[in-house]
Design a protein around this ligand. Structure first.
Ligand SMILES: [Fe+2]
Ligand SMILES: [Fe+2]
Length: 212
């Protein structure tokens, strides 16, 4: 069964009795999870992944940044233009924190693993474990690409979202971070007319969150 990102995230906060999460951060996390999950599902279809793997990836994508909500107040002050060094270091904990939260809520191991490693880079420059190449779970390599694109086209408190072409050219520059086979699949998908629904979804989210 495919997750609903809002239902899962709210349930995790409830189960862990996590209070004081800033509303905007919760909304961001839900919308971002949903956007990444939809990109993942479309790419999975395009690349012919089996149903089980697609489901694991989709569900992990829904909750992949839930760890950020633990860091919510510290990281997301709307008055901040950018993150300070200390905060960036702190923010890197979100992958591990998120996996811990999911583990405590008894999520399946493959989802926990996918979330734990979703910021590993193919060239070994990622975190938390600096894994490299196929040592990184397939699910995490997959989410990594869809997550990067979603983040680039989304408005942030400190910058507007980039358009699709700019986002893709930025990803091409960073191509060492990605599993090249999956990345080529993604580039293919991005040129497909069906991908417009993703861009529309991102635009709607940006409108809803309009940062001033
Ligand atoms: Fe993340
Ligand atoms: Fe993300």
């Amino acid at each position: 069964m495919l997750f609903d990102s809002e239902k899962e995230i709210r349930n995790i906060l409830y189960l862990l009795d996590l209070k004081g999460v800033v509303k905007e951060d919760l909304d961001d996390s839900i919308d971002h999870g949903r956007l990444v999950a939809e990109i993942c599902k479309m790419l999975a279809g395009k690349m012919g992944l089996d149903e089980e793997t697609t489901e694991t990836i989709y569900n992990a994508a829904c909750v992949h940044d839930v760890g950020k909500l633990k860091l919510s107040q510290m990281l997301y002050g709307r008055d901040k233009k950018s993150l300070h060094v200390e905060e960036v270091r702190h923010m890197r904990m979100h992958a591990k924190l998120g996996a811990e939260m999911l583990g405590l809520c008894n999520y399946p191991g493959d989802i926990v693993d996918a979330v734990y490693h979703h910021h590993e880079c193919y060239d070994g420059s990622g975190y938390p474990d600096n894994l490299r190449g196929e040592d990184i779970p397939f699910t995490s390599r997959f989410i990594k690409i869809c997550d990067a694109f979603a983040a680039l086209i989304s408005d942030r408190p400190y910058r507007k979202g980039f358009d699709k072409e700019t986002a893709i050219s930025m990803m091409i520059e960073d191509n060492k971070e990605y599993d090249i086979k999956l990345f080529l699949g993604f580039m293919n998908l991005a040129n497909d007319p069906e991908f417009d629904t993703i861009i529309q979804m991102a635009e709607e989210i940006n409108k809803r969150h309009s940062y001033k």
